[in-house]
Design a binder for this molecule. Structure first.
Ligand SMILES: [Zn+2]
Ligand SMILES: [Zn+2]
Ligand SMILES: [Zn+2]
Length: 1009
C-alpha cells in the first residue's frame, strides 16, 4: 500500500520536475541531457486519416509536422499545462496520498513543490474569470510562444494565418487524444493529457542545441529554439560534462543518506525535542542540525564531533558554549568558523578574522542582567506574585476569558475578584519574597526602583494580567475576521479556490488552540512571550506577521526597530524553510487610521502632527527652519500577513536589494543624563545617555522609489494588499476598485523606547563635519561592540546634523529595554578610554597616534568599511577622527551637564508670551546658547528688584519688551528697575518687539563675550 501511494506521489512530482527548465536554480535531469520527453505514438498520428480536414497541417512535410506538433505540446508542458488530477485537486491528493506517506517519506519539500504548482490552461476565455481558480491562465491565440513557433515552422507572418494554424493544431491534437478539452468557469480550456507523455533516456543524446539558452532538441527538420526570445537557429549539440552531470551519474550505492533539520525557537517545543533526540541517537537519525543559539546551552550530544559556525559568535563566552557542543565525550573535534564579509556580520566577523586569538581565548563575560530595565523587573515581580498567591493560575484561556463576547473578550468577573482577593490576603508575603529576591538590586538601583512602585505593581497585578491578554484578544479577533472574509468569498465565488478551505481550517485550529491554551497559547508560555513573565529569548514589545504555513496559521514576531525593515511591505522573510513575502495587512487593521508627520530635511527628526496640529515653523530637534518641508502620511506599523512565494522576479529582487529608506529619530528629553567630557582641562564633548528614550522609526518606502521622489507604500484599502508603486494603475484596473480606494504614499512608523547615547563635540569640527561624524560613528559601532561584547546588530545609530550647532552622533540599543550596556558609557571614564583606544586600534593607529604597518589611506575593509555602510565609504577618513580619539583616550574628568535643545524646549513651554517664544526661537536659530534661567527674580537683601525674562551667567539680564512697555507709566517703571540692576553690576539687554533683529544681535554679543 505504501509503495503504491509512494509511486503516485513520485509520478505527480515528476510532472512538476519536468516543467519548463529551472536552469541555474535547480538543474534537472532533462537539463543535463539525461532525460528526454516524447509523446506516445506521435509518428503514427500524423499518418492517420484524421489529419485530412486540417489543410494547414497537411501542407507541411511529415518530418517538420512531427517537429511542429511536438514543439507545440512542449510549450504546453513547459507552462505546466498538464491536466493531471493530482495537480488539479490538491486537497484530495493530500488526503489520499500525502497524509498517508508523510511519516515515512522524508522528502517533505516535494509536496510543497506540488502544492505551489498551478496547472496551466490555454483558453480564449476571459482572463478575469480565472483569477481565483487553481489554474494559471494562458491566452491561447495570443500566446507569444505558440505564435512564434508557428511562424518558425510555417513561415507565416500574418496573424490571421498564424491563428488559423494554432487552431488547426489544437483541434487535431484534441481529436487524436494528446490535448484534453475541458470546461472551467464555463469557458473552453485546454491542457495536455498526462498519459500521452513519455519520459525516457535519450538513446543517442541530443542533436541540436540553442546557443542562447542551452535547450536541447532532437528535431527532424525544425531549425529553431522554442523560446521566442532565442532568435538564432540551433547549432550542433556538444556533449556536456559538468558538476551536475557528474553528480547525477554516480551510483547510489555507498553514498550516505544525510538528513538535515533546523532547530530554533521558531520550531515548536515538542517538535524540537524530537529533533534533539533523533540527533543524539547513536547512530543518529538526523546527521546535520542547523541551530540558532537555542542549542547553545543545556543540550548535551556526547557523540558530536564537529561544529560549523556560520558566523563569529558575539563574544568569547558564546564561542566557548557553541564550540563546546562537540567533543563532549573526550573525542577529538573540529570547529570551523565562517567569517562573513558582505553580510550584516561583516564588521564583527572581519575583526575577529584578523584577530582570531581574541575570540578563542578571550575573557568569558558574566551574562548581562539589567534589573533597572523596568519591564524586565516588573516581569520578575509578576512572577513572584504568581508563586506566592494561594490561587492557582488557570492554564487554559477559555477557563477565565469570555470568548463569546468577541469584541471585549473580558476576563470573568469572579476570576478577577478571586485574584484580587488572593493578592490582598498574601500581600505581605509577596512583598517579603520580593525583598528576599531583589533587596540588594533595589538598594543598588539608587532610587530607580522604589518600594512604592513595587507595591503599586503588586496591587495592580490583576489589571496588568488582564491587559497582558490584549494581544491574544486581537489575535482571536483577527482569525475570526479572516474566517468571515473567507466565508464571504466562498459564498460569492463558489468553492473555486481550493486553498480556501485549508486556510479556513488553519484559522479555526489556531483559535481553538488559543482558547485551549495549546502550544504558544499555554498560559505561562504566552505570558512570558508578551513580557508579563520573565523570558530570555523573546522580545516583549513586538510587531508580528501571520501566515499560513504548512497547513497551519502561524505567527512570527520581532522588535519594533527591526520589524520596521524586516516586516516591511514586499520584503521576503524565511520561515521553516519556506519563503514568504509581506503582501497584505491583517484584516483587523483599520486602513483609514492615518496621520501626518514631518521629517526634518537636516537632522531627519520625525515630528508627529497629532490631532490636526500645525506644522512647527522650526524643527523641534535641530531648530532648522521648516518652510519647504511637506508632511508625509503615516500609518502605525500594522500587523502584516505573509504569503508564500516560490519565485521572485528579477525586478522584485533588484528592488529588495536596494532596501528601504528608514529614519530612526531620537530627541532627548529632560530625563537624559548629560555629561561633559574633559580632556586636558578643556571640554572635549558632551555625552548623553537616556534610559528608554523615545524613538521613532519611520520607513519611507523602498529605496528604489524613494530615490525617484516616491515616498512610502501604497495600500489597497479594500483588499488590504500592498501594491508596488509602479503597479498601482494596473492593480486598480485588475481589482476593479477606484483610485481613491488606494491609500497612497503611506510611510510606516514604529515607536520604541531604547537606551540611547549621543555624542556632540564641544568645539565645532574645523573640517567637513559629516566626514568626521560618519567616520566616528562607524568606528564607534565597532569598538563599542568589541569592548562591550555586543553583537553588531544589538546597536544601531545615526549622524544628526543640527542647524547652527555641532552635529550629533546617536547610538542606540536596538532591543527595547535593552541589555543596559550603554548606560555605563556616560559615567565610566575608564570604559570610554578603552573604547577610544580600541577605536584607534581599529583605524590602524597605535595608542600614540602613529600609523601601524598595515595602515590604509582613508578607510578600508580591514578597518571600518563593510557592505552596509557602503554609501558612506567615500566620506570615511580615519585621519579626521584621530585627534578626537586621542583626546578621548586621555580624558581626565566627566562632569554633569545639560542639553541645550532640551533646555530650549523646556523654556519654550515656560514662555509667558508669544513674543518670548519668538525671541527664544531666534536665539536658538542664531546658535546662541540657551539662558541659564527664565523669569529669574533678582533680589537684593531679600528684596525683589526686578524679574529678568531671560537670565544668563554671569549677571546678564535680557528683557523682552512688547507693546505694553511703550506705555509711559510702564516705561518709567522699567527705567527705575533696570537702573537699579545696572548699579548692582548687572548687564541689561533689551529686545524690543519693533526690532527683534538688533536685540538678538546684542544678546549674541553679550553672551559670547
Ligand atoms: Zn533557446
Ligand atoms: Zn531638524
Ligand atoms: Zn583601513
Amino acid at each position: 500500500m505504501f509503495k503504491e501511494k509512494y509511486l503516485k506521489y513520485l509520478e505527480t512530482y515528476l510532472y512538476v520536475e519536468i516543467r519548463g527548465t529551472k536552469r541555474f536554480i535547480s538543474i534537472n535531469l532533462e537539463d543535463v541531457g539525461f532525460l528526454e520527453v516524447g509523446y506516445e505514438a506521435l509518428n503514427e498520428a500524423v499518418d492517420q486519416p484524421e489529419l485530412n480536414p486540417f489543410d494547414e497541417l497537411k501542407k507541411l512535410d511529415k518530418g517538420l509536422l512531427r517537429d511542429f506538433l511536438k514543439g507545440y505540446m512542449e510549450i504546453f508542458r513547459w507552462e505546466m499545462a498538464i491536466g493531471h488530477p493530482n495537480l488539479i485537486d490538491k486537497s484530495t491528493f493530500r488526503q489520499q496520498v500525502v497524509d498517508y506517506i508523510q511519516d515515512k517519506a522524508s522528502e517533505k519539500r516535494i509536496f510543497e513543490a506540488v502544492e505551489d504548482t498551478n496547472v496551466g490552461i490555454y483558453t480564449n476565455g476571459d482572463k478575469d474569470k480565472f483569477k481565483y481558480s487553481p489554474y494559471t491562465f494562458h491566452a491561447f491565440n495570443g500566446s507569444r510562444s505558440l505564435m512564434n513557433w508557428v511562424k518558425n515552422c510555417t513561415g507565416y507572418d500574418e496573424s490571421n494565418d498564424i491563428v488559423r494554424v494554432i487552431e488547426q493544431a489544437r483541434d487535431f491534437l484534441v481529436m487524436v487524444g494528446y490535448l484534453k478539452k475541458a470546461k472551467v468557469q464555463y469557458e473552453d480550456v485546454y491542457y495536455l493529457e498526462p498519459d500521452q507523455l513519455l519520459v525516457r533516456s535519450p538513446k543517442a543524446g541530443f542533436k541540436k542545441q540553442c546557443k542562447k539558452c542551452g535547450s536541447r532538441y532532437n528535431w527532424e527538420q525544425a531549425l529553431n529554439c522554442l523560446k521566442p526570445s532565442c532568435k538564432e537557429v540551433l547549432v550542433a549539440a556538444t556533449p556536456q560534462e559538468n558538476f551536475y552531470s557528474i553528480q547525477y551519474s554516480k551510483p547510489f550505492l555507498g553514498n550516505d543518506y544525510i538528513v538535515s533539520e533546523d532547530h530554533s525557537s521558531q520550531v515548536k517545543g515538542q517538535e524540537r525535542k524530537k529533533k534533539e533526540n533523533a540527533f543524539k541517537k547513536n547512530p543518529p537519525e538526523i546527521q546535520f542540525l542547523i541551530a540558532t543559539p537555542t542549542m547553545e546551552l543545556g543540550i548535551d550530544i556526547g557523540t558530536l564531533s564537529s561544529v560549523y559556525l556560520r558566523n563569529v559568535p558575539p563574544n568569547p563566552s558564546n564561542y566557548a558554549q557553541r564550540a563546546g557542543r562537540a567533543g563532549r565525550s573526550g573525542q577529538g573535534s573540529i570547529i570551523q568558523t565562517f567569517c562573513g564579509s558582505g553580510s550584516s556580520r561583516g564588521v564583527h566577523d572581519q575583526y575577529y578574522y584578523n584577530r582570531p586569538v581574541e575570540i578563542v581565548s578571550g575573557k568569558i563575560s558574566v551574562p548581562r542582567f539589567n534589573l533597572s530595565n523596568a519591564t524586565l523587573f516588573a516581569s520578575h515581580v509578576n512572577s513572584l506574585v504568581l508563586q506566592t498567591i494561594d490561587k492557582k493560575l488557570l492554564t487554559k484561556p477559555s477557563q477565565f476569558l469570555d470568548f463569546s463576547d468577541r469584541n471585549e473578550v473580558p476576563i470573568l468577573k469572579d476570576y478577577s475578584n478571586d485574584l484580587i482577593e488572593s493578592i490582598q490576603r498574601c500581600r505581605q508575603s509577596i512583598l517579603d519574597n520580593i525583598r528576599e529576591a531583589f533587596g540588594k538590586e533595589i538598594t543598588d538601583s539608587n532610587g530607580q526602583i522604589t518600594w512604592s512602585s513595587i507595591e503599586d505593581q503588586v496591587d495592580q497585578f490583576t489589571y496588568h494580567f488582564d491587559r497582558a491578554f490584549d494581544k491574544m484578544r486581537g489575535d482571536y479577533r483577527e482569525s475570526l475576521i479572516e474566517i468571515e472574509a473567507i466565508d464571504k468569498r466562498i459564498r460569492d465565488e463558489g468553492n473555486a479556490d481550493y486553498t480556501l478551505q485549508g486556510r479556513r481550517k488553519a484559522l479555526e485550529t489556531r483559535n481553538n488552540n488559543l482558547k485551549d491554551g495549546e502550544q504558544d497559547f499555554y498560559v505561562y508560555r504566552y505570558l512570558s512571550q508578551v513580557g508579563f513573565l520573565p523570558n530570555y529569548a523573546f522580545p516583549a514589545k513586538i510587531t508580528s506577521v501571520r501566515m499560513l504555513h504548512k497547513g497551519e496559521e502561524e505567527e512570527i514576531s520581532r522588535d519594533h526597530s527591526i520589524a520596521i525593515r524586516e516586516f516591511a511591505p514586499h520584503n521576503t522573510i524565511y520561515y521553516g524553510g519556506l519563503k514568504y513575502s509581506i503582501q497584505s495587512v491583517s484584516r483587523e487593521v483599520d486602513p483609514t487610521n492615518r496621520f501626518l508627520a514631518v521629517v526634518c530635511d537636516d537632522c531627519e527628526h520625525v515630528e508627529k502632527l497629532g490631532g490636526g496640529s500645525q506644522m512647527p515653523s522650526n524643527c523641534p530637534n535641530c531648530g532648522s527652519v521648516w518652510d519647504s518641508q511637506t508632511p508625509v502620511t503615516v500609518m502605525k506599523f500594522p500587523k502584516m500577513r505573509g504569503h508564500k512565494r516560490t519565485r521572485i522576479t528579477a525586478d522584485e529582487e533588484e528592488r529588495l536589494k536596494g532596501g528601504y529608506k528608514i529614519v530612526h529619530s531620537y530627541k532627548p528629553t529632560a530625563k537624559a543624563e548629560m555629561n561633559e567630557v574633559i580632556s586636558s582641562e578643556d571640554s572635549l564633548c558632551k555625552i548623553s545617555f537616556e534610559r528608554s528614550g523615545e524613538m521613532n522609526h519611520l520607513n519611507l518606502g523602498q529605496m528604489a522609489d524613494f530615490n525617484k521622489g516616491n515616498k512610502g507604500f501604497m495600500l489597497d484599502t479594500i483588499n488590504l494588499l500592498w501594491v508596488p508603486i509602479h503597479k498601482v494603475d494596473e492593480h486598480v484596473k485588475e481589482k476593479k476598485i477606484t483610485g481613491n480606494q488606494i491609500n497612497r504614499n503611506i510611510s510606516l512608523l514604529t515607536e520604541s523606547r531604547n537606551d540611547v547615547i549621543s555624542i556632540q563635540l564641544s568645539q565645532g569640527y574645523s573640517g567637513d563635519e559629516e566626514v568626521f561624524c560618519q567616520t566616528l560613528l562607524n568606528t564607534l559601532f565597532q569598538s563599542i561592540c568589541t569592548v562591550m561584547n555586543l553583537d553588531d546588530n544589538e546597536i544601531n545609530g545615526m549622524y544628526q546634523p543640527i542647524s547652527g550647532q555641532n552635529g550629533k552622533i546617536i547610538i542606540f540599543e536596538t532591543s527595547e529595554g535593552g541589555t543596559g550596556t550603554l548606560s555605563s558609557f556616560v559615567k565610566d571614564k575608564e570604559l570610554i578610554k578603552r573604547i577610544a583606544l580600541k577605536a584607534l586600534d581599529i583605524l590602524h593607529f597605535e595608542a600614540d597616534g602613529s600609523d601601524k604597518s598595515d595602515a590604509c589611506q582613508t578607510s578600508c575593509y580591514n578597518c571600518i568599511c563593510n557592505f552596509y555602510n557602503q554609501r558612506f565609504h567615500k566620506l570615511f577618513d580615519r585621519e579626521a577622527v584621530k585627534e578626537f580619539l586621542l583626546s578621548l583616550s586621555q580624558i581626565s574628568d566627566i562632569q554633569g551637564s545639560q542639553d541645550y535643545n532640551v533646555m530650549f524646549d523646556d523654556f519654550l513651554s515656560k514662555a509667558k508670551s508669544s513674543l518670548e517664544k519668538e525671541v527664544l526661537k531666534l536665539i536658538r536659530q542664531e546658535g546662541i546658547k540657551p539662558p541659564k534661567e527664565m523669569h529669574r527674580i533678582i533680589t537684593k537683601d531679600g528684596e525683589p528688584i526686578a524679574e529678568a525674562d531671560l537670565f544668563y551667567e554671569p549677571k546678564i539680564c535680557v528683557f523682552v519688551d512688547g507693546p505694553d512697555h511703550d506705555k509711559d507709566y510702564v516705561r518709567k517703571d522699567d527705567e527705575v528697575k533696570r537702573n537699579k540692576l545696572k548699579l548692582l553690576g548687572y548687564k541689561i539687554i533689551t529686545v524690543k518687539y519693533v526690532d527683534l533683529i538688533s536685540g538678538i544681535e546684542n544678546v549674541k554679543m553679550a553672551v559670547n563675550l
